[in-house]
Every structure is written in C-alpha cells, then in structure tokens.
Design a protein around this ligand. Structure first.
Ligand code: 8YV
Length: 330
C-alpha cells in the first residue's frame, strides 16, 4: 500500500502490548472506551479504514460490506469463528478476510472440559451453598451429581478444539465418540480410541454427555434441532462452548424445563449479550450453568490472537498472502 502506513480501525480495546506494536506498524484508530461500535459506526469505519479489525461483537453483514469504501481491502478478524462476517460478500468485493485460528484451541478445550465437570458435578450450585449460609452439614444423599469416568462423550465437530477436548476427556476416563463431516485420520482415531458416528441422530441417542465444538455455518445452524435434542437420554448433559446458533435454544429450554435431560452448560447464546430469562430461571434452579462467552478468555490467548492479527495485516499490506486467510464456504 504505497510505502505509507495502512489505516487500521480496531473496533474494541486490545491488549496494551498489541496496541503498542500496532501503533508502530500502522496508522491506527483505537477504541479507547471499548464500547462496541453501533451499526452506523461500523459503516463509517468501513468507509474510511483500509483494514478493519472487528471482534465477535461486530456484525459485518452484506449491507456493511456493500457500504464499505473502495479503500477497504482487509477484514482482519480478532477471533476464530467468522460467522459474524459475510465472508462471501467480502470476497465478491475483493475484500480479504483473516481470522486467528490455533491460538485459542488449548484454552477452549480446558474450558469445555471444566464445564463438563462443573455441570456433571454441580460445581456452580455447590459454590452458592456456603456463601448463601445454607450448609447444615454433610449428608449421604446430598448434592449428588453424575460420575464422569467411564461415560460416553459425544463431540459434535472433531476440529482442532474437538480434538484437544477429546485428549483431555480421555484422561478423565471418558469414552470418545464423535460426529463430523468426515471421519478423523486413522492416527487420531487410534490415539483417542474414538468412535466415529456418521449419523448424528444415532450418536445423540446414545451419549451421556454431548459437547458442541463445530463452527457456526449455514450448514450447522440448529444442527441440534428440536427433533434431535429430543433424542438425548434423560440423564444426558449438553455443553455448548461453540456458538449459540448451533443449538435450537428454545427447544433446549423446553427440554430443560420439562426435566427431559439432566442439565446443560452454556457459554454461548443465540442473541448475545441478551440471554433468555427462562435460561436464567433454569440457572437459579441449578439445571443449567450459564457463562458469559468466556471460553477463550485468557491473557495468553488474547495476546496471541493480537499477534496473529498483526501478522495477517502486515503480510497482507506487504503484498503477501496472509497466513490465516478465510475463504467463503463452497
Ligand atoms: C473470542 C470466539 O473471544 O474466537 C472465537 O471464535 O468465539 C471467542 O472465543 C471472540 O471471537 C473474539 O472475537
């Protein structure tokens, strides 16, 4: 881009060290207050930026892409999932899109494993008892959860995060089952002693715990539909740390309210940051554990995501192919 520093607009506050490096390399507009951009602010940013750095809280849809000025050449997403960006529309307008894969895998897998344990062993409910002054002492039949060891974990989506989760789950004594568009490499199946289920329906009806770990795409929207959720066994636990839209949230709420499954752990929701009051009520009864989209929230992940954004912008503006280019789904 002519030897002059590229104009980069960042929609949220990033780690200090990352912002300092960006200041050296680019002509950057930061968001000092960290207030999410309104739609109008996003459109205005797309009309002046050469590079836009959004996050999961920015909906970069076809209309915003259409309103972007001709100077916008790159959307360097600070995040792994790009379901908030109309990648196809960007591609058509010659705007490249990059993301930050790989650097949040281990943190996401730790977090998902922790949520599986927390829901099965009622950590959140238990943690409220002492501060609430409700503990009158131990009793043999009190706060009973479900044993994890020896149970069947069904992973929906055996990508990087699914694989990292499966490794942890093996150490907890879980049997690994998975559904994916394609079976994993034989080496991975062998390492995990994993069973591939071509039919998601059949897998769901046989699992004790189900974890959603696939990306949200048009093909995975409500992949766990009302019909499929009903296939879960009454003692099953569902954990979703991927995207709210993959599960039919209303149908899940109905199942939980009816006590038709044992519980759920959710870190993602259909209309973030708004969460259904019915889910909140279920959380109060202990039927569901709700967390505020914090699966990848570690200092290390945020710094490494920032590094990836810098590398993607720098390689692109230097005229090379950025390492984390995202292409539209075929
Ligand atoms: C990030 C995520 O925090 O990267 C993702 O896809 O869902 C999150 O863990 C978020 O995307 C940051 O933009």
């Amino acid at each position: 881009m002519n030897g002059k520093k590229s104009h980069v607009v960042i929609t949220r506050k990033l780690p200090e060290g990352i912002e300092a490096r960006m200041r050296q390399l680019f002509d950057v507009e930061f968001n000092e207050t960290d207030t999410p951009f309104t739609r109008e602010a996003l459109i205005a940013a797309a009309q002046r930026a050469e590079v836009l750095v959004p996050t999961v809280t920015d909906e970069i849809d076809g209309e915003i892409i259409a309103a972007a000025g001709p100077q916008l050449k790159l959307i360097a997403h600070f995040g792994n999932g790009t379901d908030n960006i109309d990648v196809k529309a960007a591609h058509k307008r010659g705007i490249a899109v990059t993301n930050t894969p790989g650097v949040l895998t281990e943190d996401m897998a730790d977090f998902t494993m922790a949520l599986i344990v927390a829901v099965s062993r009622r950590f959140v409910e238990g943690s409220r008892v002492i501060p609430g002054g409700q503990w009158s002492g131990w009793a043999p039949g009190w706060m009973l959860g479900q044993r994890i060891s020896g149970k069947r974990l069904g992973i929906v989506g055996m990508g990087r995060i699914g694989h990292a989760l499966a490794k942890r789950a093996r150490a907890f004594g879980l049997q690994i089952h998975y559904h994916n568009r394609h079976p994993a490499a034989a080496r991975i199946e062998e390492e995990l002693q994993a069973t591939y289920w071509d039919s998601l329906d059949r897998m769901l009806s046989r699992m004790d715990i189900v974890s959603v770990n696939c990306p949200h795409t048009p093909a995975t929207f409500h992949l766990l539909s009302a019909r499929r959720l009903k296939l879960l066994q009454p003692h099953a636990v569902l954990v979703n740390t991927a995207r709210g839209e993959i599960v039919d949230e209303e149908a899940l709420i109905e199942l939980l309210e009816a006590g038709a499954i044992a519980g759920a752990g959710l870190d993602v929701f259909t209309h973030e940051p708004t969460v259904s009051p019915r889910l909140v009520r279920l959380a109060e009864t202990g039927a569901v554990t709700l967390l505020p989209h914090m699966g990848s929230a570690t200092l290390e992940a945020r710094n490494e995501m920032g590094e990836k954004v810098i590398i993607n912008i720098k390689t692109f503006t230097d005229g090379h192919r950025p390492p984390d280019r995202v292409l539209p789904e075929q």
